[in-house]
Design a protein around this ligand. Structure first.
Ligand code: DQA
Length: 146
């Protein structure tokens, strides 16, 4: 099946951006490892990072017509602001897992609210890049046993 991995704003800076909070892996490192993990399980992983809300929304809309079976998304700062991205995920009704590298509950109170968690299949936060690996494991299990 096709699985879509979406990364929100500023995650293109991963590896150099506050490494104490977000780790030293780059986004390319993470995407490549996950693409191998997906391929080994007989699935395809399509990755997109964007700093623009509308591009993420357009990609979610396209997922309705390209057989995307599951979405893994780190909405980054849009987690705490974007009703529009939430509505896009509701509109396509493709199941998704929300991932955060950092433990948002250890951080500023404005990071404690997510517009996604109550409509996600599950949420992983605070485990760094491993969180994506675990999310992909769960996504693969989900698409193998719908
Ligand atoms: C983040 C947490 C968000 O609060 C923050 O705005 C990010 C990254 C994370 O992966 O820990 O950009 O989603």
């Amino acid at each position: 099946a096709s699985i879509l991995l979406l990364h929100g704003p500023n995650l293109n800076l991963l590896g150099t951006r506050e490494p104490g909070v977000y780790g030293s892996n780059t986004l390319d490192d993470i995407n490549h490892a996950l693409q191998q993990q997906a391929a080994a399980a007989g699935h395809r992983l399509d990755c997109l990072q964007s700093n623009a809300e509308y591009q993420l929304i357009e990609r979610i809309h396209a997922a309705r017509n390209d057989e995307t079976a599951f979405i893994i998304i780190n909405p980054a700062a849009f987690t705490h602001t974007s009703v529009a991205l939430r509505d896009a995920l509701l509109a396509v009704s493709i199941p998704f897992i929300e991932v955060h590298l950092s433990n948002v509950y250890k951080r500023e109170p404005f990071r404690h609210h997510s517009y996604f968690s109550d409509i996600a299949v599950g949420v992983i936060c605070g485990l760094g890049a491993s969180g994506y690996r675990l999310a992909l494991d769960a996504a693969i299990e989900h698409v193998n046993n719908p």
